[in-house]
Design a protein around this ligand. Structure first.
Ligand code: TNX
Length: 816
């Protein structure tokens, strides 16, 4: 074996040895969410088929069943239940049958002879079992050593929620049960089941069978991002029968999970309206399907279930017919769900239809309401009264604050924290679910790895969230019941995709909800994360590995003669293999890693093999240069690729990047004024780093964003040269307030002080997306080039964001 390769392997082995020596608490007790107190003890409890479970009373049966079910699925044995045992037992007990305060407190002692789990209540004992399961090995073995420990644990928040939208995409009953298991394993206690929306009504209502026979089905679904590249024209739908709902509610109950059903009103109502057009302000108007509608729906007049995403104008009319209908629906829903809360939605209700409707305008006058927001408030308050009369409380999205909050409502704050803060200040209970930290439909990766709704929510950001806003007084903070992760399924067609979006972020969410602030910390959490992945592997749960992805940075060089492409990853013991497009010329002698078609010869499992000294003549031509290093110097145009190889075995992702070189690439560049803090890129260097953004906002880090200012850059070519043209890359996306520049001015200089104006370019031709503007110069000799890219200014009337300052997004300046 070549010596360099030997060294790499030796280092890997050494690192593994070092790691196992210093087995930390996090490694030995990889419990998520982290318990409030954990005292390691010496020794192990040996769990095997010979171990018995001792129960205090009947109330412990669900916890014991869960334990046995888990053991049988992943370890291939179950434990007998016994009334008494003297050794080798797990005892489940409760301290009180009814305890006031926070539910779910427990303590657990693992000793060599026995494990004692004692809950303050049954829920506590159940959570003790969840903790125990996380101490089991992540491989199937007949006897598991469980390290001895004393744990005392209780939750920080009493509302620990996870939501699932089954309207945009329907999820089968079996998966709903799995989802409830995930909720329970991570010690969450609430499943918010979003059952109705524009794209489907998913719960059987006996009095209105059309809700599911008509409202449960759509003629097609858009493909790709809204507004869609096509429509699949597939009849799509499904719903849960009341029998199935009952079964699911019972399943959840045995796992101490409360299900809060959501019946959306007055907006997001297209499916209900398709079933019962009288619910609309304009029952005879045909539904507008924005984007690409299916062939079937193009041929149909009348009301339709939506096939695309977003917000739709056709909403419930606040008529007696509608209230009567909704009350009847609520009657059946209340009978199915024992939860105290019913979620009535309330979000994103456009007011256009109410503005157009004579009936609504008359009602506003009659009831002395201020406007349509007042009408929304009237709608919600009226439904609240009815729901309260059934002994239940309502939860609504933060829009229910508009026009005045219903007296007993709990608010779910999703458009940031403001709604939650306002509600808490008014003395209302609040559940925090801000998009910035809790929207698990956002992408986990900056390089979007599958189609998602957009945004970027890495696991670190979920973890960092504190649901109690600092601006609240202690009294107001008591109204923050907890927080919730939301899983909207516009871009999740299958259970596998839901799992992928959920994991590993659910682990971070659970610690944010359960673990007291003072016991929580990212560094420690990160140490427990590898075992979370191993357990998900064992359980065959799909998850995202973006946490371990290679991250690439482009750095300047001291000599300004090229760029450095540098890789890193969260995983230790990674070797990097970077392939450059450069072909090694025949006859070259040197130290190279040469691509070889023979896998066997490469102990790193990749395609490369290191040769100390090679005369390339003896090999075939077309050999690319490969570096086993974390960085590579680049000064030529081409596509480069990097792969991380985890301890010589597994890949941790591949990144491919096209670098485009011109006279300015890698050169010294300064900006007269900095870009906005929201879009700082990597400073001025971003404009000459050789990476031309072709992915638009999906790679927003590649842009410098300027608001109310221009982008003025001076590039130093390092020596006198002749310049024929300058090219400026900028983005246009008017929907996001991003406009192409008004003009581009180019100046040249030989000393960096005296600049001569060369050309002014009025940028008025453009296309949406990335634009490249070319400014030709008459072969000017110079060393310094100043480029002034002027901001479009205020957004004009009739455009999204009219009257606001526009954004200027620049990603690269080329000099030729
Ligand atoms: C907003 S969050 C919505 C949902 C969408 C979601 C997508 C909320 C109350 N309404 O209807 O699915 O954004 O992220």
């Amino acid at each position: 074996m070549p010596s360099a390769m030997k060294n790499i392997l030796a280092i890997c082995l050494m690192l593994i040895a070092l790691q196992s020596q210093s087995q930390s608490i996090a490694d030995k007790y990889p419990i998520v969410p982290k318990p409030q107190s954990l005292t390691p003890k010496a020794g192990n409890f040996k769990l095997s088929a010979a171990t018995v479970i001792v129960l205090d009373n009947e109330g412990e049966v669900p916890a014991a069943n869960f334990l046995n079910d888990y053991l049988s699925r992943f370890y291939g044995f179950t434990l007998k239940l016994a009334k008494k045992a003297s050794k080798n037992f797990i005892r489940l007990s409760v301290k009180h049958l009814l305890v006031p305060g926070v539910d779910g407190k427990y303590d657990m002692q693992v000793a060599p002879a026995a494990i004692n789990i004692s809950g303050d209540d049954y829920q506590g004992a159940f959570y003790g079992v969840q903790t125990l399961l996380q101490l089991l090995p992540t491989k199937k073995i007949a006897t598991a050593n469980i390290p001895c420990v004393d744990i005392m644990d209780e939750p920080r928040f009493k509302y620990r929620g996870l939501h699932l939208d089954v309207a945009r995409h329907f999820m089968p009953v079996d998966f709903i049960k799995k989802y409830i298991d995930y909720i329970a394993c991570y010690k969450l206690n609430t499943f918010h089941w979003h059952l109705t929306d524009d794209q489907g009504w998913r719960i059987e209502i006996k009095k209105y069978p059309r809700l599911t026979s008509v409202g449960g089905w759509r003629d097609g679904t858009i493909a790709g991002h809204y507004p869609g590249t096509s429509n699949d024209n597939i009849d799509y739908g499904g719903f849960y029968t009341q029998q199935e709902v009952k079964e699911i509610v019972q399943y959840a109950k045995e796992r101490f999970v409360t299900i809060i059903p959501e019946i959306e009103m007055p907006g997001h109502a297209s499916a209900a309206i398709a079933a019962h057009p009288e619910l609309s302000c304009f029952p005879t108007e045909t539904t507008v399907i924005p984007g690409i509608a299916s062939e079937a729906s193009k041929k149909k007049a009348g009301k339709k279930v939506q096939e695309t995403w977003g917000v739709f104008e056709d909403v419930f009319a606040p008529t007696e017919y509608t209230f009567n209908f909704l009350e009847n629906v609520i009657d059946e829903v209340v009978a199915l769900f024992p939860a105290t809360y019913i979620h009535i939605g309330g979000d994103e209700c456009p007011k256009e239809a109410w503005k157009r409707s004579a009936f609504c305008q008359q009602l506003i006058k009659e009831k002395g309401l201020k406007d349509e927001h007042g009408l929304q408030s009237y709608f919600i308050q009226r439904m609240e009264k009815y729901i309260n009369s059934k002994g239940k409380k309502i939860i609504g999205w933060d829009e229910i604050l508009e026009g005045g909050l219903a007296p007993n409502a709990t608010v779910m704050s999703w458009r940031g924290e403001e709604g939650g803060i306002a509600a808490a200040k008014q003395g209302h209970d609040v559940i925090m679910t801000p998009g910035s930290h809790c929207y698990l439909d956002h992408s986990q990766s900056k390089n979007e790895d599958s189609v998602t709704i957009g945004g970027y929510l890495p696991i670190e950001t979920v973890y960092s969230y504190d649901p109690v806003p600092a601006v609240l007084t202690a009294g107001e903070a008591k109204h923050i019941l907890g927080a919730q992760g939301n899983v909207w399924t516009e871009y999740m067609k299958t259970p596998g995709k839901v799992e992928y979006m959920l994991f590993p972020r659910l682990a971070a969410l659970s610690e944010m909800l359960w673990t007291k602030k003072e016991n929580k910390g990212w560094d420690d959490f990160e140490k427990r994360l590898p075992v979370v992945f191993e357990r998900l592997d064992m359980e065959s749960v799909n998850y995202s590995t973006t946490y371990y992805d290679l991250k690439a940075e482009v750095k300047r060089t001291h000599k300004n003669n090229g760029v450095i492409w540098k890789m890193s990853t969260k995983r230790e013991m990674v070797t990097y293999k970077i392939t450059t497009p450069k072909i090694i010329p025949k006859g070259t002698i040197g130290k190279y890693i040469i691509a070889m078609p023979d896998f066997q010869k490469d102990p790193l499992g990749g395609l490369g093999i290191f040769m100390d000294t090679v005369i390339v003549d003896t090999l075939e031509e077309n050999i690319r240069k490969i570096f086993y290093d974390d960085s590579v110097f680049i000064n030529e145009t081409g596509t480069y690729s990097a792969t991380g190889i985890y301890c010589g075995r597994r890949k941790v992702g591949t990144i491919e990047q096209f670098f485009s070189f011109n006279k300015a690439t890698g050169k010294k560049i300064t900006l007269t004024n900095l870009a906005s803090k929201s879009y700082p890129g990597d400073g001025a260097f971003t404009l000459v780093n050789g990476i031309q953004n072709d992915k638009g906002l999906a790679r927003s880090a590649e842009f410098l964003g300027f608001s109310e200012t221009d982008c003025e850059a001076v590039i130093d070519l390092g020596k006198m040269d002749t310049v024929n043209k300058v090219m400026v890359h900028s983005l246009e996306q008017q929907g996001s307030w991003i406009y192409i520049p008004k003009s581009i001015e180019v100046y040249t200089s030989s000393d960096g002080n005296d600049f001569t104006p060369q050309s002014i370019f009025e940028a008025n031709e453009r296309k949406p997306g990335n634009n490249v503007f070319t400014i030709s110069l008459p072969a000017v000799p110079c060393r310094f080039i100043k480029v002034k890219i002027t901001n479009h200014g205020k957004i004009g009337g009739g455009k999204p964001g009219a009257g606001n300052p526009s954004w200027l997004f620049v990603d690269e300046i080329e000099v030729w």
